[in-house]
Design a protein around this ligand. Structure first.
Ligand SMILES: [Zn+2]
Length: 362
């Protein structure tokens, strides 16, 4: 059976298909089309299934990107390849008679996935934020510079920063989702550091925001760091916060603060992927050697070797396979009691002892 026939059969059945093949989507199914934590990268409210997901199987995560149909959703959420997905779907649909076929249920009223209006709204809000931004070196951006200093990032050379990619908004709306009705409500206005996130081809795609107070601490809100909505297929081009100049080497980190710390302490241009998931899928620009300054995370059930370390290794393997020179630097030593992880910002700022490093290189 061809994929297009499977899709035709699956239309109107995705709710049941997910229940059988991807139980981790249960919350998203229950709350569709409202936002829930992403089943792949975590967070608080980045993921939602489309209003018509029962027909298409599609959804979108503000970090992981758009999954246009159920194939894409299953491949992403289960880490399956196409063949596995194709077979599991045929099995679930009872093709070949091996199992009880999934019945069709009438879907909720249909609305098209990412509508033109949506795309326009997203573009308008991205433009609104960027239009009100100023350079980090401008007098108004003092809360941002204080925040860096408070985090232990000293000596940031603003001439090395790409002011077209990371900026500051003196007063930016902060919204949070109301758990009662799933609608986003304004919680206040805060200063914010804003960074452009690019897709795999380097196109600016969305904005990452870090909400602050005037004193340069994180804003007193549930999620002070948030990715804006977007309609890109991926966000694998990172936040290109440092100017590359004619450097042959590029450092990549998870967080913005870590990138600034690495850039300042080791004098190499550094970009920030945003999180472990995006780091794992990072696509560097052509012609550079990549040094992955990994976060060292406590092992968990889902990530037995630690999420940061695991993602860094997967990125390293892929870059090597593509013929790109790459290495990993992981903070040495144990993660101190009571901490979930250690990153290079902790090392550089002296928050942890004995800043030695372990290198894997080729
Ligand atoms: Zn995600």
């Amino acid at each position: 059976m061809e994929a297009k026939d499977v899709k035709e059969m699956a239309a109107g059945r995705w709710e049941s298909i997910f229940a059988r093949l991807a139980p981790q989507l249960e919350k998203a199914v229950d709350r569709a089309p409202n936002h829930v934590p992403c089943p792949v990268h975590g967070g608080t409210d980045g993921f939602r299934l489309f209003r018509d997901f029962n027909d298409t199987g599609g959804g979108v995560c503000n970090t992981c990107g758009i999954k246009h149909d159920g194939y894409a959703t299953l491949m992403w959420v289960n880490g399956w390849d196409f063949k596995t997905t194709h077979e599991a779907l045929q099995d679930a649909l009872g093709v070949g008679g091996s199992s009880q076929p999934i019945p069709k249920v009438t879907s909720k009223p249909v609305a098209k996935k990412v509508k033109e209006k949506d795309v326009e709204d997203i573009r308008d809000s991205l433009n609104h934020v960027w239009k009100n931004s100023v350079a980090l070196s401008s007098p108004e951006a003092r809360p941002a510079r204080k925040y860096f200093a408070n985090r232990g990032i000293t000596n940031v050379d603003f001439r090395k920063i790409d002011s077209k990619m990371i900026r500051f908004v003196p007063s930016l709306e902060h919204y949070e989702e109301d758990p009662n009705d799933g609608k986003f409500k304004l919680t206040g206005m805060y200063p914010a550091i804003v960074a452009m996130v690019c897709d795999a081809s380097g196109r600016p795609s969305t904005i990452h925001r870090t909400y602050l107070t005037a004193d340069g601490t994180k804003a007193p809100v549930q999620s002070p760091k948030k990715m804006m909505r977007h309609c890109a297929d991926d966000l694998f081009g990172a936040m290109q916060i440092a100017l590359l100049g004619n450097s042959k080497v590029l450092a990549i980190t998870e967080g913005i603060e870590t990138a600034l710390a690495v850039m300042s302490a080791f004098n190499i241009p550094a970009w920030a992927a945003g999180n472990a998931y995006l780091l794992e899928h990072f696509v560097p620009p052509k012609g550079v050697d990549v040094v992955i300054y990994a976060d060292k995370d406590q092992p968990s059930k889902q990530h037995p070797e630690g999420h940061g370390q695991g993602s860094a290794k997967l990125l390293l393997k892929r870059l090597w396979a593509e013929g790109i020179k790459a290495s990993i630097k992981i903070p040495e030593g144990n993660i101190p009691q009571g901490m979930k992880s250690v990153d290079w910002l902790d090392v550089v700022s002296g928050a942890i002892q004995a800043p030695t490093m372990k290198t894997v290189a080729r």
